[in-house]
Design a protein around this ligand. Structure first.
Ligand code: AMP
Length: 510
């Protein structure tokens, strides 16, 4: 039987010359593909020596380092299920994840050891090892005596490779189970679709506790045996230093906003660049347009989620259409249906559903929730609303739970946000619904002023009057709050739940 272990798929494409660079670090150190193979073998051997069995979970709450990347590769290579955790998670969150996923090994930062031990004891986790932000720790010293060789463990395509907890905003966070096939199918499709080729250099500044940095970016580079400029985090000034050595960059929309805010950012930085990709949250239209003017590059926007990595992408070769997320990938079917499950006509807004080899296997230990989120014919209900234009380009309108229903009428936040964003002096905006005795929900706008904007000052009244006559009156915001920033999570998503909480308190008190 063929071994469908994802590590085998990745390693089969590693360069023949194993001394080729895989991860190039800020301090000049280089991890070659050979180093990655040997270090992942040592860690995989250690996992087996600890008594871990195929399918056991390996949880890691560590900083982004090459060793952390290798830990991921070692876990899948040894047939374990990798469970990355955001280093920002606090005691209660860590306890929940460990108790829910019951890993056999938990790798933590040394400074979090006391907390990790407590959580591990509660969850019955047998082994806790440390990996520091400098890449040292008991994980490394314990792995050091082990062999540099390891036969990648036999896995079937539908065996689990990873569990990623979704950043749920309500109720319990759900563990999305991703199989070796899910990850391999998406990685193989993407590196073709985005034209990865010899000579590519990926500027990798994303975190690796999320699908975007851990799977989407890294897998594309690994499948081509390409080097990654492996940076601990995004920093716009540092990006300007590194872009001239790179050919591909992947980022969340905030990274693009910050790059554009650098006055010195010009075409010169991008002379070698082949491709800029954006995803994980909607790219501001203004940033899409400004980026073309400043760099001559058209950002390629794509759409996906933890439950299957990427579903749609603008084309590499054809027209990349701003405000859209392009077409379904060859590995994914996408349909847009109304609430009765009927396919929507072009331009009609509906619920986005997906099906395909990359779509996840369900939520860890939540069979009920899994059943609810899939249709009888195996389509996954993404919870996103969207539409297709007449040419087949898909646009995301937003999460269905963010839809505002006012006086029984639907208001799609994106439509109003786009209009507000176009008003002079506005940087960006978020539309939320707040409880209202008359309307059920009241359309409410939270608006960020553009930095250094000159001219007439923005006010609640000026924004409402700019919208009046442009949109139906039931869509007009009842209130407008002017702010300096919108709350965002680590992946750049606007946290509308926080806005709803903040302003429903203010308005209920007013
Ligand atoms: P996550 O599981 O954290 O990756 O979040 C996935 C969600 O991010 C999706 O369900 C969408 O709501 C949103 N998302 C991802 N990419 C885009 C995009 N290009 N435009 C708009 N929303 C996006």
């Amino acid at each position: 039987m063929a071994n469908e272990n994802l590590y085998r798929v990745l390693a089969s494409r590693f360069p023949k010359h194993l001394a080729s660079p895989c991860m190039i670090l800020a301090d000049g150190r280089v991890w070659t593909y050979g180093d990655v193979q040997r270090a992942s073998a040592r860690m995989a051997n250690l996992m087996l020596a600890l008594g871990l069995q195929k399918g056991d979970r390996v949880a890691a709450q560590v900083e982004k380092t090459p060793e952390a990347m290798v830990l991921y590769l070692a876990a899948i290579r040894a047939g374990m299920v990798f469970l990355p955790l955001n280093p920002a998670y606090q005691r209660q969150e860590v306890e929940y994840f460990l108790c829910d996923a019951t890993p056999g090994l938990f790798v933590c930062r040394p400074q979090a050891r006391p907390l990790a031990d407590e959580a591990a004891a509660k969850a019955g986790v047998k082994h806790v090892l440390e990996l520091g932000d400098d890449g040292r720790g008991s994980l490394i010293t314990s792995a050091a005596p082990h062999s540099d060789n390891f036969n990648t463990v036999q896995r079937k395509g539908d065996d689990l490779a990873a569990i990623l907890y979704t950043s749920g905003t309500t109720g319990r966070s759900k563990g999305a189970m991703l199989t070796h096939r899910n990850l391999a199918v998406n990685a193989l499709t993407l590196h073709e679709y985005w034209g990865f080729k010899p000579g590519d250099v990926l500027l990798h500044m994303l975190p690796i506790f999320h699908v975007h940095g851990l799977f989407i970016a890294s897998h594309c580079a690994l499948l081509k045996g390409s080097p990654m400029l492996f940076e601990n985090k995004f920093d716009a000034a540092r990006a300007l230093q590194l872009l001239p050595q790179a050919t591909v960059f992947m980022g969340v929309p905030t990274y693009y906003t910050r790059l554009l805010a650098e006055p010195g950012f010009t075409r010169e930085h991008c002379r070698q660049m082949r491709l800029f990709i954006s995803g994980s949250a909607p790219l501001l239209r203004e940033n899409f347009d400004d980026f073309i003017d400043r760099t001559g590059h058209t950002i390629l926007e794509r759409y996906g989620m933890t439950e299957g990595a990427i579903f749609t992408s603008n084309p590499y070769g054809g027209e990349r259409r701003g405000g859209t997320v392009g077409f379904p990938l060859p590995c994914t079917e996408v349909r847009i249906v109304d609430d009765a499950g009927m396919e929507c006509a072009a331009e009609d807004i509906g619920n986005i559903q997906v099906r395909g080899g990359n779509v996840f296997a369900g939520y860890w230990q939540m069979p009920e929730k899994t059943r609810e989120e899939f249709t009888a014919d195996s389509w996954f209900k993404t919870g996103d609303m969207g539409k297709r234009d007449v040419d087949g380009y898909v646009s995301i309108i937003g999460r269905s739970k963010d839809l505002v229903i006012t006086g029984g009428l639907n208001v799609y936040p994106k439509e109003i946000e786009e209009r507000i964003d176009a008003i002079t002096g506005v940087a960006e905006s978020a539309i939320i619904g707040l409880p209202d005795a008359d309307f059920g929900e009241a359309v409410t706008a939270v608006v960020v002023r553009a930095r250094g904007a000159t001219g007439t000052a923005l006010t609640e009244a000026s924004i409402i009057s700019a919208l009046r006559g442009e949109i139906a009156s039931f869509k007009l915001p009842k209130r407008v709050f002017l702010v300096d920033d919108l709350p965002r999570n680590a992946m750049g998503k606007v946290q509308k739940n926080i806005l709803r909480q903040r302003y429903s308190m203010q308005t209920s008190g007013s």
